[in-house]
Design a protein around this ligand. Structure first.
Ligand code: FDA
Length: 347
Protein backbone atom coordinates (compact mmCIF):
# COMPACT_ATOMS: atom_id res chain seq x y z
CA UNK A 1 0.00 0.00 0.00
CA UNK A 2 1.28 3.47 -0.89
CA UNK A 3 1.08 6.22 1.76
CA UNK A 4 -0.78 9.45 0.88
CA UNK A 5 2.53 11.23 0.14
CA UNK A 6 3.74 8.36 -2.02
CA UNK A 7 0.44 8.30 -3.85
CA UNK A 8 0.81 12.05 -4.57
CA UNK A 9 4.36 11.42 -5.74
CA UNK A 10 3.27 8.63 -8.06
CA UNK A 11 0.54 10.90 -9.45
CA UNK A 12 3.06 13.68 -10.09
CA UNK A 13 5.32 11.25 -11.90
CA UNK A 14 2.44 9.92 -13.96
CA UNK A 15 1.65 13.51 -14.96
CA UNK A 16 5.28 14.02 -15.93
CA UNK A 17 5.16 10.83 -17.94
CA UNK A 18 2.07 11.94 -19.82
CA UNK A 19 3.74 15.25 -20.43
CA UNK A 20 6.64 13.30 -21.89
CA UNK A 21 4.41 11.26 -24.20
CA UNK A 22 2.55 14.36 -25.39
CA UNK A 23 5.71 16.41 -25.86
CA UNK A 24 7.46 13.63 -27.71
CA UNK A 25 4.61 13.20 -30.16
CA UNK A 26 4.52 17.00 -30.63
CA UNK A 27 8.21 16.89 -31.34
CA UNK A 28 7.84 14.06 -33.82
CA UNK A 29 5.26 16.16 -35.66
CA UNK A 30 7.59 19.16 -35.68
CA UNK A 31 10.38 16.98 -37.08
CA UNK A 32 8.07 15.81 -39.86
CA UNK A 33 7.32 19.40 -40.81
CA UNK A 34 10.55 21.21 -40.02
CA UNK A 35 13.28 18.55 -40.11
CA UNK A 36 15.57 17.65 -37.21
CA UNK A 37 15.26 20.30 -34.50
CA UNK A 38 17.84 19.02 -32.00
CA UNK A 39 17.69 16.92 -28.83
CA UNK A 40 14.07 17.38 -27.76
CA UNK A 41 14.49 21.08 -26.90
CA UNK A 42 10.94 21.36 -25.55
CA UNK A 43 11.53 18.70 -22.95
CA UNK A 44 15.01 19.92 -22.12
CA UNK A 45 13.59 23.36 -21.31
CA UNK A 46 10.73 21.81 -19.37
CA UNK A 47 12.99 19.72 -17.13
CA UNK A 48 15.44 22.57 -16.62
CA UNK A 49 12.53 24.81 -15.59
CA UNK A 50 11.21 22.10 -13.26
CA UNK A 51 14.68 21.73 -11.70
CA UNK A 52 14.15 25.17 -10.11
CA UNK A 53 10.59 24.45 -8.94
CA UNK A 54 10.80 24.67 -5.13
CA UNK A 55 7.46 23.09 -4.14
CA UNK A 56 8.01 20.11 -6.46
CA UNK A 57 11.57 19.82 -5.16
CA UNK A 58 10.41 19.85 -1.50
CA UNK A 59 7.80 17.27 -2.27
CA UNK A 60 10.03 14.92 -4.29
CA UNK A 61 12.99 15.06 -1.89
CA UNK A 62 10.74 14.05 1.00
CA UNK A 63 8.88 11.28 -0.78
CA UNK A 64 9.95 7.65 -0.65
CA UNK A 65 8.91 7.26 -4.31
CA UNK A 66 11.14 10.14 -5.40
CA UNK A 67 14.06 8.85 -3.39
CA UNK A 68 13.68 5.43 -4.97
CA UNK A 69 13.60 6.93 -8.47
CA UNK A 70 16.66 9.08 -7.79
CA UNK A 71 18.74 5.96 -7.10
CA UNK A 72 19.24 5.59 -10.86
CA UNK A 73 21.65 8.55 -10.81
CA UNK A 74 22.40 9.11 -7.12
CA UNK A 75 24.57 6.74 -5.05
CA UNK A 76 22.43 7.12 -1.92
CA UNK A 77 21.31 9.56 0.74
CA UNK A 78 24.32 9.10 3.07
CA UNK A 79 28.07 9.60 2.69
CA UNK A 80 28.58 5.95 3.57
CA UNK A 81 26.51 4.96 0.48
CA UNK A 82 28.78 7.04 -1.75
CA UNK A 83 31.96 5.62 -0.21
CA UNK A 84 30.64 2.09 -0.79
CA UNK A 85 29.88 2.91 -4.43
CA UNK A 86 33.33 4.51 -4.80
CA UNK A 87 34.97 1.29 -3.57
CA UNK A 88 32.95 -0.75 -6.06
CA UNK A 89 33.78 1.62 -8.93
CA UNK A 90 37.48 1.51 -7.99
CA UNK A 91 37.35 -2.29 -8.05
CA UNK A 92 36.22 -2.02 -11.69
CA UNK A 93 39.37 -0.09 -12.53
CA UNK A 94 37.83 3.40 -12.54
CA UNK A 95 38.56 6.48 -10.44
CA UNK A 96 35.79 8.49 -8.78
CA UNK A 97 34.89 12.07 -8.06
CA UNK A 98 32.44 12.50 -5.16
CA UNK A 99 29.74 15.15 -5.14
CA UNK A 100 27.80 15.96 -1.97
CA UNK A 101 24.57 17.17 -3.57
CA UNK A 102 23.32 20.65 -2.81
CA UNK A 103 23.59 24.09 -4.37
CA UNK A 104 22.62 27.72 -3.81
CA UNK A 105 22.83 27.88 -0.02
CA UNK A 106 21.43 31.10 1.46
CA UNK A 107 23.39 31.52 4.70
CA UNK A 108 26.96 31.41 5.94
CA UNK A 109 26.06 28.65 8.41
CA UNK A 110 24.68 26.43 5.63
CA UNK A 111 27.82 27.00 3.55
CA UNK A 112 30.08 25.94 6.43
CA UNK A 113 27.88 22.89 7.06
CA UNK A 114 28.21 21.86 3.39
CA UNK A 115 31.99 22.31 3.56
CA UNK A 116 32.17 20.09 6.66
CA UNK A 117 30.77 17.19 4.62
CA UNK A 118 33.56 17.65 2.07
CA UNK A 119 36.29 17.84 4.76
CA UNK A 120 34.94 14.60 6.17
CA UNK A 121 34.89 13.10 2.66
CA UNK A 122 38.56 14.00 2.08
CA UNK A 123 39.52 12.27 5.35
CA UNK A 124 37.41 9.21 4.52
CA UNK A 125 38.93 8.92 1.03
CA UNK A 126 42.41 8.97 2.59
CA UNK A 127 41.50 6.55 5.41
CA UNK A 128 40.04 4.02 2.96
CA UNK A 129 42.75 4.61 0.36
CA UNK A 130 40.16 5.27 -2.34
CA UNK A 131 41.08 6.48 -5.81
CA UNK A 132 38.73 9.44 -5.53
CA UNK A 133 38.68 13.23 -5.40
CA UNK A 134 35.85 15.73 -4.78
CA UNK A 135 33.66 17.92 -7.00
CA UNK A 136 32.36 21.10 -5.40
CA UNK A 137 29.82 23.76 -6.43
CA UNK A 138 30.71 27.27 -5.29
CA UNK A 139 27.03 28.17 -4.72
CA UNK A 140 27.00 25.37 -2.14
CA UNK A 141 30.00 27.08 -0.51
CA UNK A 142 28.08 30.37 -0.23
CA UNK A 143 28.93 32.10 -3.54
CA UNK A 144 25.53 33.78 -3.66
CA UNK A 145 25.83 34.88 -0.02
CA UNK A 146 29.28 36.40 -0.62
CA UNK A 147 32.01 35.52 -3.15
CA UNK A 148 34.61 36.10 -0.39
CA UNK A 149 32.92 33.45 1.76
CA UNK A 150 32.96 30.91 -1.10
CA UNK A 151 36.61 31.67 -1.87
CA UNK A 152 37.65 31.20 1.76
CA UNK A 153 35.77 27.93 2.08
CA UNK A 154 37.03 26.60 -1.27
CA UNK A 155 40.56 27.67 -0.27
CA UNK A 156 40.32 25.74 3.03
CA UNK A 157 39.05 22.65 1.21
CA UNK A 158 41.86 22.88 -1.32
CA UNK A 159 44.44 23.27 1.51
CA UNK A 160 43.05 20.13 3.11
CA UNK A 161 43.11 18.27 -0.24
CA UNK A 162 46.70 19.40 -0.89
CA UNK A 163 47.82 18.08 2.54
CA UNK A 164 46.32 14.68 1.61
CA UNK A 165 47.73 14.81 -1.98
CA UNK A 166 44.17 14.96 -3.26
CA UNK A 167 42.33 17.30 -5.61
CA UNK A 168 39.25 19.57 -5.67
CA UNK A 169 37.34 20.06 -8.90
CA UNK A 170 35.20 23.20 -8.91
CA UNK A 171 32.05 22.43 -10.94
CA UNK A 172 30.74 25.10 -13.31
CA UNK A 173 27.19 26.42 -12.85
CA UNK A 174 25.01 28.89 -14.83
CA UNK A 175 26.68 31.56 -16.99
CA UNK A 176 26.08 34.48 -14.55
CA UNK A 177 28.61 32.67 -12.31
CA UNK A 178 31.23 31.76 -14.93
CA UNK A 179 33.52 34.76 -14.43
CA UNK A 180 33.44 34.77 -10.63
CA UNK A 181 34.10 31.00 -10.59
CA UNK A 182 37.07 31.39 -12.96
CA UNK A 183 38.45 34.29 -10.89
CA UNK A 184 38.26 32.32 -7.64
CA UNK A 185 39.90 29.21 -9.11
CA UNK A 186 42.68 31.23 -10.76
CA UNK A 187 43.43 33.10 -7.51
CA UNK A 188 43.55 29.87 -5.48
CA UNK A 189 45.64 28.11 -8.12
CA UNK A 190 48.12 31.00 -8.04
CA UNK A 191 49.00 30.10 -4.40
CA UNK A 192 52.01 27.77 -4.81
CA UNK A 193 50.88 25.29 -2.12
CA UNK A 194 47.49 24.81 -3.86
CA UNK A 195 48.70 24.57 -7.48
CA UNK A 196 48.32 20.82 -7.86
CA UNK A 197 45.11 20.54 -5.84
CA UNK A 198 42.51 22.57 -7.73
CA UNK A 199 40.91 22.45 -11.17
CA UNK A 200 37.87 23.82 -12.97
CA UNK A 201 35.11 22.90 -15.43
CA UNK A 202 34.53 24.55 -18.82
CA UNK A 203 31.29 24.21 -20.79
CA UNK A 204 31.57 23.79 -24.58
CA UNK A 205 28.17 25.43 -25.16
CA UNK A 206 29.45 28.88 -24.12
CA UNK A 207 30.92 31.13 -26.84
CA UNK A 208 33.54 32.38 -24.38
CA UNK A 209 34.98 28.93 -23.61
CA UNK A 210 37.76 28.91 -26.18
CA UNK A 211 39.19 32.15 -24.77
CA UNK A 212 38.78 30.81 -21.22
CA UNK A 213 40.64 27.62 -22.11
CA UNK A 214 43.49 29.61 -23.68
CA UNK A 215 43.85 31.51 -20.40
CA UNK A 216 43.60 28.36 -18.26
CA UNK A 217 46.21 26.59 -20.39
CA UNK A 218 48.56 29.55 -19.99
CA UNK A 219 48.06 29.25 -16.19
CA UNK A 220 48.50 25.43 -16.26
CA UNK A 221 45.12 24.80 -14.61
CA UNK A 222 43.51 21.37 -14.97
CA UNK A 223 40.22 21.52 -16.90
CA UNK A 224 37.23 19.20 -17.08
CA UNK A 225 35.48 19.88 -20.38
CA UNK A 226 31.73 19.16 -20.59
CA UNK A 227 28.97 20.30 -22.94
CA UNK A 228 27.04 22.25 -20.26
CA UNK A 229 23.86 21.41 -18.37
CA UNK A 230 22.08 24.74 -17.73
CA UNK A 231 19.55 26.69 -19.76
CA UNK A 232 21.47 29.52 -21.42
CA UNK A 233 20.30 32.28 -23.77
CA UNK A 234 21.54 32.45 -27.39
CA UNK A 235 23.49 35.61 -26.45
CA UNK A 236 25.97 33.51 -24.48
CA UNK A 237 25.65 29.90 -25.71
CA UNK A 238 25.34 27.99 -28.98
CA UNK A 239 21.65 27.14 -29.36
CA UNK A 240 22.28 24.21 -31.73
CA UNK A 241 23.60 20.85 -30.55
CA UNK A 242 25.72 20.49 -33.70
CA UNK A 243 27.61 23.69 -32.84
CA UNK A 244 28.10 22.61 -29.22
CA UNK A 245 29.46 19.27 -30.42
CA UNK A 246 31.82 20.93 -32.89
CA UNK A 247 33.10 23.25 -30.17
CA UNK A 248 33.51 20.33 -27.75
CA UNK A 249 35.78 18.58 -30.26
CA UNK A 250 37.77 21.76 -30.96
CA UNK A 251 38.29 22.43 -27.23
CA UNK A 252 39.12 18.74 -26.53
CA UNK A 253 41.96 18.95 -29.06
CA UNK A 254 43.32 22.09 -27.37
CA UNK A 255 43.30 20.31 -24.00
CA UNK A 256 44.80 17.08 -25.30
CA UNK A 257 47.61 19.04 -26.93
CA UNK A 258 48.69 20.60 -23.62
CA UNK A 259 51.11 19.01 -21.13
CA UNK A 260 48.58 19.29 -18.26
CA UNK A 261 46.34 16.34 -17.25
CA UNK A 262 42.78 17.25 -18.31
CA UNK A 263 39.41 15.48 -18.35
CA UNK A 264 36.82 15.07 -21.08
CA UNK A 265 33.39 14.59 -19.48
CA UNK A 266 30.90 13.17 -21.94
CA UNK A 267 28.84 10.08 -22.77
CA UNK A 268 28.74 11.00 -26.43
CA UNK A 269 30.58 8.35 -28.44
CA UNK A 270 31.22 10.78 -31.31
CA UNK A 271 33.08 13.12 -28.90
CA UNK A 272 35.00 10.21 -27.38
CA UNK A 273 35.96 8.79 -30.79
CA UNK A 274 37.16 12.20 -31.95
CA UNK A 275 39.35 12.56 -28.84
CA UNK A 276 40.79 9.06 -29.25
CA UNK A 277 41.56 9.72 -32.94
CA UNK A 278 43.26 13.05 -32.15
CA UNK A 279 45.34 11.44 -29.37
CA UNK A 280 46.34 8.58 -31.68
CA UNK A 281 47.33 10.83 -34.56
CA UNK A 282 49.40 13.05 -32.30
CA UNK A 283 51.11 10.37 -30.24
CA UNK A 284 49.35 11.42 -27.03
CA UNK A 285 49.49 8.54 -24.57
CA UNK A 286 46.13 7.56 -22.95
CA UNK A 287 47.75 8.06 -19.52
CA UNK A 288 47.91 11.83 -20.19
CA UNK A 289 44.16 12.47 -19.90
CA UNK A 290 40.94 10.92 -18.63
CA UNK A 291 37.34 10.46 -19.68
CA UNK A 292 34.67 11.22 -17.09
CA UNK A 293 31.07 10.02 -16.95
CA UNK A 294 28.17 10.25 -14.55
CA UNK A 295 27.17 7.49 -12.15
CA UNK A 296 24.41 5.42 -13.73
CA UNK A 297 24.96 6.66 -17.29
CA UNK A 298 26.48 4.48 -20.05
CA UNK A 299 28.10 1.93 -17.73
CA UNK A 300 28.79 -0.22 -20.82
CA UNK A 301 30.85 2.56 -22.37
CA UNK A 302 32.70 3.22 -19.09
CA UNK A 303 33.77 -0.43 -18.91
CA UNK A 304 34.69 -0.57 -22.60
CA UNK A 305 37.02 2.43 -22.26
CA UNK A 306 38.75 0.82 -19.28
CA UNK A 307 39.25 -2.38 -21.30
CA UNK A 308 40.76 -0.29 -24.10
CA UNK A 309 43.30 1.17 -21.67
CA UNK A 310 41.84 4.66 -21.09
CA UNK A 311 41.58 6.37 -17.72
CA UNK A 312 37.94 6.72 -16.65
CA UNK A 313 36.55 8.63 -13.67
CA UNK A 314 32.94 8.30 -12.52
CA UNK A 315 31.12 11.28 -10.98
CA UNK A 316 29.30 9.88 -7.94
CA UNK A 317 26.71 12.18 -6.33
CA UNK A 318 25.05 11.49 -2.99
CA UNK A 319 22.81 13.22 -0.47
CA UNK A 320 19.25 14.24 0.26
CA UNK A 321 19.27 17.31 -1.99
CA UNK A 322 19.18 15.28 -5.18
CA UNK A 323 16.28 16.94 -7.01
CA UNK A 324 17.99 19.65 -9.19
CA UNK A 325 20.75 17.21 -10.18
CA UNK A 326 18.20 14.52 -11.07
CA UNK A 327 16.12 16.93 -13.17
CA UNK A 328 19.21 18.03 -15.13
CA UNK A 329 19.86 14.35 -15.94
CA UNK A 330 16.31 14.04 -17.24
CA UNK A 331 16.81 17.23 -19.27
CA UNK A 332 19.86 15.68 -20.95
CA UNK A 333 17.94 12.60 -21.97
CA UNK A 334 14.17 12.91 -21.49
CA UNK A 335 13.77 9.26 -22.57
CA UNK A 336 15.16 8.47 -19.09
CA UNK A 337 11.77 9.41 -17.72
CA UNK A 338 10.14 6.69 -19.76
CA UNK A 339 12.81 4.24 -18.62
CA UNK A 340 12.27 5.17 -14.96
CA UNK A 341 8.49 5.13 -15.27
CA UNK A 342 8.60 1.69 -16.91
CA UNK A 343 10.76 0.28 -14.13
CA UNK A 344 8.70 1.95 -11.45
CA UNK A 345 5.19 1.20 -12.62
CA UNK A 346 6.22 -2.05 -14.41
CA UNK A 347 4.52 -0.93 -17.65
P1 FDA B 1 24.76 14.49 -24.97
O1 FDA B 1 23.84 15.18 -24.01
O2 FDA B 1 24.81 14.96 -26.38
O3 FDA B 1 24.45 12.95 -24.92
C1 FDA B 1 25.12 12.02 -25.75
C2 FDA B 1 24.60 10.62 -25.44
O4 FDA B 1 25.00 10.28 -24.11
C3 FDA B 1 23.08 10.51 -25.42
O5 FDA B 1 22.57 10.26 -26.70
C4 FDA B 1 22.87 9.36 -24.47
O6 FDA B 1 23.12 8.15 -25.10
C5 FDA B 1 23.97 9.58 -23.45
N1 FDA B 1 23.50 10.39 -22.30
C6 FDA B 1 23.80 11.68 -22.04
N2 FDA B 1 23.24 12.10 -20.89
C7 FDA B 1 22.55 11.03 -20.43
C8 FDA B 1 21.75 10.83 -19.29
N3 FDA B 1 21.53 11.79 -18.37
N4 FDA B 1 21.19 9.60 -19.14
C9 FDA B 1 21.41 8.61 -20.04
N5 FDA B 1 22.14 8.76 -21.16
C10 FDA B 1 22.71 9.95 -21.34
N6 FDA B 1 27.67 20.27 -16.64
C11 FDA B 1 27.85 21.53 -16.19
O7 FDA B 1 27.20 22.45 -16.69
N7 FDA B 1 28.76 21.78 -15.19
C12 FDA B 1 29.52 20.80 -14.65
O8 FDA B 1 30.32 21.08 -13.77
C13 FDA B 1 29.35 19.48 -15.14
N8 FDA B 1 30.08 18.45 -14.63
C14 FDA B 1 30.00 17.22 -15.24
C15 FDA B 1 30.83 16.17 -14.81
C16 FDA B 1 30.81 14.95 -15.47
C17 FDA B 1 31.74 13.87 -15.04
C18 FDA B 1 29.92 14.74 -16.57
C19 FDA B 1 29.90 13.45 -17.32
C20 FDA B 1 29.07 15.74 -16.95
C21 FDA B 1 29.08 16.97 -16.28
N9 FDA B 1 28.22 17.98 -16.64
C22 FDA B 1 28.40 19.24 -16.14
C23 FDA B 1 27.04 17.68 -17.52
C24 FDA B 1 27.35 17.94 -18.97
O9 FDA B 1 27.44 19.32 -19.19
C25 FDA B 1 26.24 17.38 -19.88
O10 FDA B 1 25.03 17.97 -19.55
C26 FDA B 1 26.08 15.88 -19.79
O11 FDA B 1 27.32 15.23 -19.67
C27 FDA B 1 25.38 15.35 -21.07
O12 FDA B 1 26.14 15.63 -22.19
P2 FDA B 1 26.96 14.54 -23.05
O13 FDA B 1 28.31 15.10 -23.30
O14 FDA B 1 26.94 13.23 -22.39
O15 FDA B 1 26.28 14.54 -24.47
Amino acid sequence: MLSRREHQGATTLQHLWWLYVISESALTQSRVFYGKVGPMPLLRSLFIALSANRPLRRFCEHSAVGTRLSSRFVAGMEMEDALRVAEAVNRQGMAVTLDSLGESVTSEAEAHKSAEVYHHLLDSIAARKLNANISVKLTQMGLEVSPQLAETIAGNLTEHAAELHNFVRIDMEGSPLTQVTLDIVRRLHALPRLRTAIGIVIQAYLYRSQADIEQLLADGIRVRLCKGAYKEPAEVAFPLKADVDQNFIRLSCMLLDSPVYHALATHDEAMIDAAKAFANQNGIDPSRFEFQMLYGVRRDLQRRLVREGYNVRVYVPFGREWYPYFMRRLAERPANLLFLARNFFRF
